[in-house]
Design a protein around this ligand. Structure first.
Ligand code: TRP
Length: 337
Protein backbone atom coordinates (compact mmCIF):
# COMPACT_ATOMS: atom_id res chain seq x y z
CA UNK A 1 0.00 0.00 0.00
CA UNK A 2 1.24 3.46 -0.89
CA UNK A 3 1.50 5.34 2.39
CA UNK A 4 1.29 8.74 0.73
CA UNK A 5 -2.11 8.23 -0.84
CA UNK A 6 -4.98 10.13 0.77
CA UNK A 7 -7.61 7.90 2.32
CA UNK A 8 -11.21 7.90 1.19
CA UNK A 9 -14.10 6.01 2.75
CA UNK A 10 -17.76 5.61 2.00
CA UNK A 11 -20.58 3.38 3.16
CA UNK A 12 -23.70 2.29 1.35
CA UNK A 13 -26.75 1.08 3.18
CA UNK A 14 -28.04 -2.13 1.59
CA UNK A 15 -31.66 -1.18 2.15
CA UNK A 16 -32.56 -0.86 -1.52
CA UNK A 17 -31.34 -2.06 -4.90
CA UNK A 18 -28.67 -0.05 -6.70
CA UNK A 19 -30.03 1.97 -9.60
CA UNK A 20 -28.90 3.56 -12.83
CA UNK A 21 -28.71 6.75 -10.75
CA UNK A 22 -26.26 5.15 -8.30
CA UNK A 23 -24.17 3.94 -11.23
CA UNK A 24 -24.00 7.04 -13.44
CA UNK A 25 -23.96 9.41 -10.47
CA UNK A 26 -21.26 7.67 -8.48
CA UNK A 27 -20.05 4.08 -8.90
CA UNK A 28 -18.98 4.51 -12.52
CA UNK A 29 -16.31 6.95 -11.40
CA UNK A 30 -15.03 4.92 -8.51
CA UNK A 31 -12.89 2.44 -10.43
CA UNK A 32 -10.29 5.00 -11.46
CA UNK A 33 -10.29 6.70 -8.06
CA UNK A 34 -8.20 3.84 -6.68
CA UNK A 35 -5.18 5.17 -8.58
CA UNK A 36 -5.24 8.37 -6.61
CA UNK A 37 -6.73 7.36 -3.26
CA UNK A 38 -6.61 4.52 -0.79
CA UNK A 39 -10.32 3.65 -0.90
CA UNK A 40 -12.57 1.85 1.57
CA UNK A 41 -16.16 0.98 0.65
CA UNK A 42 -18.41 -0.97 2.93
CA UNK A 43 -21.97 -2.28 2.99
CA UNK A 44 -23.55 -0.57 6.00
CA UNK A 45 -25.70 -3.53 7.03
CA UNK A 46 -25.80 -2.46 10.70
CA UNK A 47 -27.24 0.87 9.60
CA UNK A 48 -29.89 -0.92 7.55
CA UNK A 49 -31.29 -2.40 10.77
CA UNK A 50 -32.56 1.03 11.87
CA UNK A 51 -35.59 0.39 9.68
CA UNK A 52 -37.31 -3.01 9.49
CA UNK A 53 -35.74 -5.32 6.96
CA UNK A 54 -36.80 -8.68 5.68
CA UNK A 55 -33.83 -10.82 6.83
CA UNK A 56 -33.52 -12.84 3.62
CA UNK A 57 -33.69 -9.68 1.49
CA UNK A 58 -31.10 -7.89 3.60
CA UNK A 59 -28.70 -10.81 3.29
CA UNK A 60 -29.20 -11.08 -0.47
CA UNK A 61 -28.89 -7.34 -1.05
CA UNK A 62 -25.73 -7.01 0.99
CA UNK A 63 -23.97 -9.71 -1.03
CA UNK A 64 -25.53 -8.54 -4.25
CA UNK A 65 -24.23 -5.04 -3.68
CA UNK A 66 -20.77 -6.35 -3.13
CA UNK A 67 -21.02 -8.40 -6.34
CA UNK A 68 -22.33 -5.37 -8.21
CA UNK A 69 -19.47 -3.16 -7.10
CA UNK A 70 -16.98 -5.66 -8.37
CA UNK A 71 -18.99 -6.06 -11.59
CA UNK A 72 -18.96 -2.25 -12.00
CA UNK A 73 -15.17 -2.35 -12.07
CA UNK A 74 -14.13 -1.83 -8.46
CA UNK A 75 -11.06 -4.01 -8.18
CA UNK A 76 -10.99 -5.75 -4.78
CA UNK A 77 -7.20 -5.86 -4.98
CA UNK A 78 -6.98 -2.08 -5.25
CA UNK A 79 -9.90 -1.14 -2.98
CA UNK A 80 -10.92 -2.40 0.43
CA UNK A 81 -14.46 -3.74 0.09
CA UNK A 82 -16.15 -5.19 3.14
CA UNK A 83 -19.33 -5.76 5.11
CA UNK A 84 -19.70 -3.49 8.14
CA UNK A 85 -20.89 -6.20 10.53
CA UNK A 86 -17.80 -8.30 9.70
CA UNK A 87 -15.63 -5.70 11.39
CA UNK A 88 -16.78 -5.60 15.04
CA UNK A 89 -14.76 -2.43 15.69
CA UNK A 90 -17.61 -0.44 14.07
CA UNK A 91 -20.12 -1.46 16.72
CA UNK A 92 -17.51 -1.11 19.45
CA UNK A 93 -16.36 2.38 18.58
CA UNK A 94 -20.00 3.23 17.82
CA UNK A 95 -20.86 2.60 21.46
CA UNK A 96 -17.99 4.73 22.73
CA UNK A 97 -18.87 7.61 20.42
CA UNK A 98 -22.49 7.45 21.55
CA UNK A 99 -21.12 8.69 24.84
CA UNK A 100 -19.48 11.68 23.15
CA UNK A 101 -22.41 12.69 20.97
CA UNK A 102 -24.97 14.96 22.54
CA UNK A 103 -28.71 14.41 22.66
CA UNK A 104 -29.20 17.93 21.34
CA UNK A 105 -26.90 17.29 18.37
CA UNK A 106 -28.70 14.09 17.44
CA UNK A 107 -32.05 15.83 17.79
CA UNK A 108 -31.06 18.36 15.15
CA UNK A 109 -30.32 15.79 12.43
CA UNK A 110 -32.72 16.34 9.56
CA UNK A 111 -32.51 12.71 8.45
CA UNK A 112 -33.71 11.61 11.88
CA UNK A 113 -36.65 13.98 11.65
CA UNK A 114 -37.53 12.79 8.12
CA UNK A 115 -37.21 9.12 8.98
CA UNK A 116 -39.22 9.50 12.18
CA UNK A 117 -42.05 10.88 10.10
CA UNK A 118 -41.79 8.04 7.58
CA UNK A 119 -41.47 5.30 10.22
CA UNK A 120 -43.76 6.67 12.91
CA UNK A 121 -44.41 3.18 14.27
CA UNK A 122 -40.71 2.37 14.69
CA UNK A 123 -38.77 5.36 16.00
CA UNK A 124 -36.12 3.23 17.68
CA UNK A 125 -32.95 4.16 19.54
CA UNK A 126 -30.78 3.09 16.64
CA UNK A 127 -32.49 5.51 14.29
CA UNK A 128 -31.67 8.29 16.73
CA UNK A 129 -28.03 7.34 17.41
CA UNK A 130 -27.32 6.37 13.78
CA UNK A 131 -24.90 9.32 13.33
CA UNK A 132 -22.67 8.12 16.19
CA UNK A 133 -22.25 4.76 14.45
CA UNK A 134 -21.60 6.56 11.21
CA UNK A 135 -18.96 8.68 12.96
CA UNK A 136 -17.33 5.44 14.14
CA UNK A 137 -17.44 3.99 10.60
CA UNK A 138 -15.55 6.99 9.39
CA UNK A 139 -13.11 7.76 12.17
CA UNK A 140 -11.83 4.18 12.50
CA UNK A 141 -10.02 4.54 9.17
CA UNK A 142 -8.64 8.06 9.67
CA UNK A 143 -9.83 9.11 6.20
CA UNK A 144 -9.07 12.45 4.57
CA UNK A 145 -12.27 12.43 2.53
CA UNK A 146 -15.76 11.03 2.84
CA UNK A 147 -17.69 11.13 -0.45
CA UNK A 148 -21.37 11.57 0.37
CA UNK A 149 -24.54 12.95 -1.14
CA UNK A 150 -26.16 16.12 0.15
CA UNK A 151 -28.39 14.18 2.53
CA UNK A 152 -25.36 12.88 4.45
CA UNK A 153 -23.37 16.09 4.76
CA UNK A 154 -24.88 16.94 8.12
CA UNK A 155 -23.73 13.57 9.47
CA UNK A 156 -20.18 14.20 8.30
CA UNK A 157 -20.27 17.63 9.97
CA UNK A 158 -21.36 15.96 13.20
CA UNK A 159 -18.57 13.41 12.81
CA UNK A 160 -16.08 16.26 12.63
CA UNK A 161 -17.52 17.85 15.78
CA UNK A 162 -17.40 14.57 17.71
CA UNK A 163 -13.83 13.87 16.55
CA UNK A 164 -12.75 17.36 17.55
CA UNK A 165 -14.41 17.00 20.94
CA UNK A 166 -12.65 13.69 21.54
CA UNK A 167 -9.28 15.07 20.41
CA UNK A 168 -9.66 18.06 22.71
CA UNK A 169 -10.42 15.85 25.68
CA UNK A 170 -7.79 13.14 25.13
CA UNK A 171 -5.18 14.55 22.72
CA UNK A 172 -4.95 13.97 18.97
CA UNK A 173 -6.65 10.66 18.16
CA UNK A 174 -8.78 11.11 15.07
CA UNK A 175 -8.05 12.77 11.77
CA UNK A 176 -10.75 15.35 11.01
CA UNK A 177 -12.31 14.23 7.69
CA UNK A 178 -13.69 16.43 4.94
CA UNK A 179 -16.91 15.72 3.09
CA UNK A 180 -16.10 15.16 -0.55
CA UNK A 181 -18.57 16.15 -3.22
CA UNK A 182 -17.38 14.53 -6.45
CA UNK A 183 -17.16 16.83 -9.46
CA UNK A 184 -17.92 14.22 -12.07
CA UNK A 185 -21.10 12.20 -12.20
CA UNK A 186 -24.51 12.72 -13.69
CA UNK A 187 -27.53 13.56 -11.61
CA UNK A 188 -30.13 11.09 -12.83
CA UNK A 189 -33.77 11.87 -12.09
CA UNK A 190 -36.79 9.59 -11.75
CA UNK A 191 -38.20 8.64 -15.17
CA UNK A 192 -41.79 9.34 -14.10
CA UNK A 193 -41.06 12.29 -11.83
CA UNK A 194 -38.11 14.25 -13.21
CA UNK A 195 -38.30 16.66 -10.27
CA UNK A 196 -36.94 14.04 -7.87
CA UNK A 197 -33.73 12.07 -7.84
CA UNK A 198 -33.70 8.43 -8.96
CA UNK A 199 -32.97 6.87 -5.59
CA UNK A 200 -32.56 3.36 -4.32
CA UNK A 201 -35.59 2.23 -2.42
CA UNK A 202 -37.49 -0.87 -1.43
CA UNK A 203 -40.59 -0.51 -3.49
CA UNK A 204 -40.80 -1.35 -7.15
CA UNK A 205 -40.86 1.89 -9.06
CA UNK A 206 -41.43 2.28 -12.74
CA UNK A 207 -39.46 5.51 -12.68
CA UNK A 208 -36.39 3.74 -11.39
CA UNK A 209 -34.04 1.46 -13.31
CA UNK A 210 -32.09 -1.02 -11.20
CA UNK A 211 -28.73 -2.49 -12.18
CA UNK A 212 -30.22 -5.98 -12.01
CA UNK A 213 -33.36 -5.19 -14.04
CA UNK A 214 -34.01 -7.45 -17.00
CA UNK A 215 -33.58 -5.84 -20.44
CA UNK A 216 -37.31 -6.07 -21.23
CA UNK A 217 -38.12 -4.23 -17.99
CA UNK A 218 -35.61 -1.51 -18.76
CA UNK A 219 -37.11 -1.08 -22.24
CA UNK A 220 -40.60 -0.82 -20.79
CA UNK A 221 -39.58 1.75 -18.19
CA UNK A 222 -37.99 3.99 -20.82
CA UNK A 223 -41.02 3.70 -23.12
CA UNK A 224 -43.15 5.03 -20.27
CA UNK A 225 -40.74 7.80 -19.24
CA UNK A 226 -42.31 11.27 -19.13
CA UNK A 227 -41.04 13.77 -21.66
CA UNK A 228 -42.89 17.08 -21.75
CA UNK A 229 -45.62 18.26 -19.51
CA UNK A 230 -46.43 21.06 -21.96
CA UNK A 231 -47.05 19.53 -25.33
CA UNK A 232 -46.44 22.44 -27.68
CA UNK A 233 -43.00 21.48 -28.87
CA UNK A 234 -42.33 17.82 -29.52
CA UNK A 235 -38.64 17.76 -30.16
CA UNK A 236 -35.50 16.53 -28.48
CA UNK A 237 -33.93 19.71 -27.15
CA UNK A 238 -31.93 20.31 -23.97
CA UNK A 239 -34.01 22.64 -21.81
CA UNK A 240 -33.99 21.46 -18.19
CA UNK A 241 -36.37 24.25 -17.14
CA UNK A 242 -39.15 23.63 -19.61
CA UNK A 243 -38.44 20.00 -20.53
CA UNK A 244 -36.99 18.32 -17.44
CA UNK A 245 -38.04 14.84 -18.56
CA UNK A 246 -36.34 15.19 -21.95
CA UNK A 247 -33.26 16.75 -20.35
CA UNK A 248 -32.97 13.80 -17.97
CA UNK A 249 -33.21 11.29 -20.82
CA UNK A 250 -30.61 13.27 -22.77
CA UNK A 251 -28.32 13.26 -19.76
CA UNK A 252 -28.67 9.49 -19.46
CA UNK A 253 -28.11 8.97 -23.18
CA UNK A 254 -25.07 11.25 -23.13
CA UNK A 255 -23.58 9.36 -20.18
CA UNK A 256 -24.14 5.97 -21.85
CA UNK A 257 -22.87 6.89 -25.30
CA UNK A 258 -20.44 9.75 -24.72
CA UNK A 259 -22.39 11.92 -27.19
CA UNK A 260 -22.84 15.65 -26.60
CA UNK A 261 -26.25 17.28 -26.22
CA UNK A 262 -25.85 18.91 -29.66
CA UNK A 263 -25.10 15.53 -31.25
CA UNK A 264 -28.20 14.10 -29.65
CA UNK A 265 -30.39 17.00 -30.81
CA UNK A 266 -29.13 16.50 -34.37
CA UNK A 267 -29.55 12.74 -34.24
CA UNK A 268 -33.25 13.00 -33.38
CA UNK A 269 -34.21 16.02 -35.49
CA UNK A 270 -37.59 15.40 -37.07
CA UNK A 271 -38.23 12.28 -35.03
CA UNK A 272 -40.82 11.80 -32.32
CA UNK A 273 -40.14 10.99 -28.71
CA UNK A 274 -40.87 7.31 -29.32
CA UNK A 275 -37.70 6.70 -31.31
CA UNK A 276 -35.67 8.75 -28.85
CA UNK A 277 -36.91 6.87 -25.80
CA UNK A 278 -36.24 3.53 -27.48
CA UNK A 279 -32.69 4.61 -28.28
CA UNK A 280 -32.06 5.75 -24.71
CA UNK A 281 -33.48 2.48 -23.36
CA UNK A 282 -31.29 0.45 -25.73
CA UNK A 283 -28.16 2.33 -24.74
CA UNK A 284 -28.88 1.69 -21.06
CA UNK A 285 -29.59 -1.98 -21.70
CA UNK A 286 -26.26 -2.40 -23.49
CA UNK A 287 -24.33 -0.51 -20.84
CA UNK A 288 -25.83 -2.51 -17.98
CA UNK A 289 -25.80 -5.92 -19.66
CA UNK A 290 -22.18 -6.87 -18.84
CA UNK A 291 -22.55 -5.53 -15.29
CA UNK A 292 -25.68 -7.55 -14.65
CA UNK A 293 -24.23 -10.69 -16.16
CA UNK A 294 -21.01 -10.41 -14.20
CA UNK A 295 -22.85 -9.70 -10.94
CA UNK A 296 -25.08 -12.73 -11.53
CA UNK A 297 -22.05 -14.89 -12.21
CA UNK A 298 -20.36 -13.68 -9.00
CA UNK A 299 -23.52 -14.25 -6.95
CA UNK A 300 -23.43 -17.92 -7.98
CA UNK A 301 -19.77 -18.22 -7.01
CA UNK A 302 -20.25 -18.48 -3.25
CA UNK A 303 -16.67 -19.44 -2.48
CA UNK A 304 -15.34 -16.41 -4.36
CA UNK A 305 -17.75 -14.09 -2.52
CA UNK A 306 -16.83 -15.60 0.83
CA UNK A 307 -13.13 -15.16 0.14
CA UNK A 308 -13.79 -11.59 -0.97
CA UNK A 309 -15.71 -10.80 2.23
CA UNK A 310 -13.02 -12.36 4.35
CA UNK A 311 -10.04 -10.62 2.79
CA UNK A 312 -11.88 -7.27 2.83
CA UNK A 313 -12.83 -7.67 6.49
CA UNK A 314 -9.27 -8.70 7.40
CA UNK A 315 -7.74 -5.66 5.72
CA UNK A 316 -10.31 -3.33 7.26
CA UNK A 317 -10.05 -4.87 10.75
CA UNK A 318 -6.32 -4.38 10.84
CA UNK A 319 -6.67 -0.61 10.40
CA UNK A 320 -9.87 -0.28 12.44
CA UNK A 321 -8.49 -2.15 15.45
CA UNK A 322 -5.47 0.12 15.65
CA UNK A 323 -7.75 3.13 16.10
CA UNK A 324 -10.08 1.26 18.47
CA UNK A 325 -7.20 0.21 20.74
CA UNK A 326 -6.00 3.80 20.97
CA UNK A 327 -9.48 4.99 21.88
CA UNK A 328 -10.06 2.31 24.52
CA UNK A 329 -6.76 3.18 26.12
CA UNK A 330 -7.37 6.93 26.10
CA UNK A 331 -10.79 6.70 27.72
CA UNK A 332 -9.50 4.41 30.47
CA UNK A 333 -10.61 0.90 29.57
CA UNK A 334 -8.33 -1.81 30.89
CA UNK A 335 -6.32 -3.28 28.01
CA UNK A 336 -7.07 -6.91 27.20
CA UNK A 337 -3.96 -9.05 27.32
N1 TRP B 1 -25.58 6.96 6.18
C1 TRP B 1 -25.19 6.61 4.84
C2 TRP B 1 -26.45 6.56 3.95
O1 TRP B 1 -27.54 6.42 4.45
C3 TRP B 1 -24.48 5.30 4.78
C4 TRP B 1 -23.27 5.33 5.64
C5 TRP B 1 -23.11 4.65 6.82
C6 TRP B 1 -22.06 6.04 5.41
N2 TRP B 1 -21.88 4.88 7.31
C7 TRP B 1 -21.20 5.73 6.48
C8 TRP B 1 -21.63 6.88 4.37
C9 TRP B 1 -19.92 6.27 6.57
C10 TRP B 1 -20.34 7.42 4.47
C11 TRP B 1 -19.50 7.12 5.55
O2 TRP B 1 -26.34 6.65 2.76
Amino acid sequence: MDEKKKVMLSGIKPSGDLTLGSYLGAIKNWAERAEQFDCYYFMADLHALTTRQNPADLRRRTLEQLAQYVACGLDPEKNTLFIQSHVPAHAELGWVLNCYTMFGELSRMTQFKDKSKKNADNINGGLFTYPALMAADILLYQPDYVPVGDDQKQHVELTRDVAQRFNNLYSETFKIPEPYIPKVGARVMDLLDPASKMSKSDDIGNGRVCLMDRPEDIARKFKRAVTDSDTDEHCVRYDPERKPGVANLMQIYASCTGKSFEDIETEFTGQGYGAFKTAVGDSVIEMLRPIREEAQRLMKDKSYLEALCKSGADKASYIANKTLRKVYKKVGLVPRT
